[in-house]
Ligand binder design. Sequence first.
Ligand code: AMP
Length: 348
Amino acid sequence: MSKITLGIIGGGQLGSMLALAAKKINIKTVIFSDDKESPAQRFSDKFIYGKYDDQQKINEFVNEVEIITYEFENIPYKTLNKINKLKPVLPKPSVNRIIQHRLAEKDFINKLNIRTTKYISIEKKSQIDALQDFLPGLLKTTTLGYDGKGQYLINSTTDVKSLNIDFSRGYILEKLVKLKKEISIIITRFNSKKYEIYEPIENIHENQILKESKIPASIDDKLLQLSKSWAIQISEELKYIGTLCVEFFIDRNDNLYVNEIAPRVHNSGHLTINAYNISQFENHIRAVCGLEQITLKKLSNAKMINIIGNQITNYRNKNFTKNEFFFDYHKKEIKDKRKMGHLTIICK
Ligand code: AMP
């Protein structure tokens, strides 16, 4: 039996599903979170509540575990780096440093000759006047944005003037891609050229929040192969250890673009729990803890529906068939736009 205790920074639904997957393979978990109500504490062996810059709490956490990973990418780089000096943090903090900054992330991807949408760094409001080439576009904060937070649709330069945007923060302006489809690839890298890769997942977003994911994605073989090879190239270049998600756009001319990279398990991969022999969560644990790599086997096609805000109330009172798997994230407070749970339906 394994003696490893894994530390997980962050205690949301991804932390919960990581802790559950760890339990299945006899890995103990300690969750460290700055949210007292973290749902993941229901599933971990231990829970430590503390701010991410509280050195005493960090020490307490580090002393309890052998290896550390994280469920979200916005942990301050300083904190991750400090922790990494005491116990190994995987994926490496340097990976997180690139990916938590939209500009550094896009520069990194372009250096690999992988296509992204056209983008430019914006530091002041006056710059927008000269940026017709990037419009219509999305103005995004370079850091700390997710699920459409910190994003503004800009159709014309006058739009910027009417929005009350705080330009003391860094921004990136991305040209809007005329979307035909969005897909993602989940890959778990164990070591140099050793990885397990899931088939492309097709994603539907509403108001910039993921609403549904399904496999198989309805894309042709060329896009399937190209998306996989870009995900492999990115994870090799980062010398990544663990599960990573690459999100892609496909435009109306079937051009593929990388939208962003998530250095962690990902919402679109929840269906891997029921559709594969090994889920993205278990694979992440296996990779970061240096356990055996098991060949992936697909068990069925699947569709996942995110349950957002007060939709959860209906689901909590529903009966499910044997092909439906309901996951309640047990969040204390129901909030508009908050991911409260998901339903996976397996199908032939
Ligand atoms: P993000 O937080 O950057 O992943 O954006 C969330 C969602 O907003 C994406 O999945 C797309 O549906 C949409 N989106 C973001 N950036 C663009 C873009 N440059 N062009 C078209 N749609 C976008």
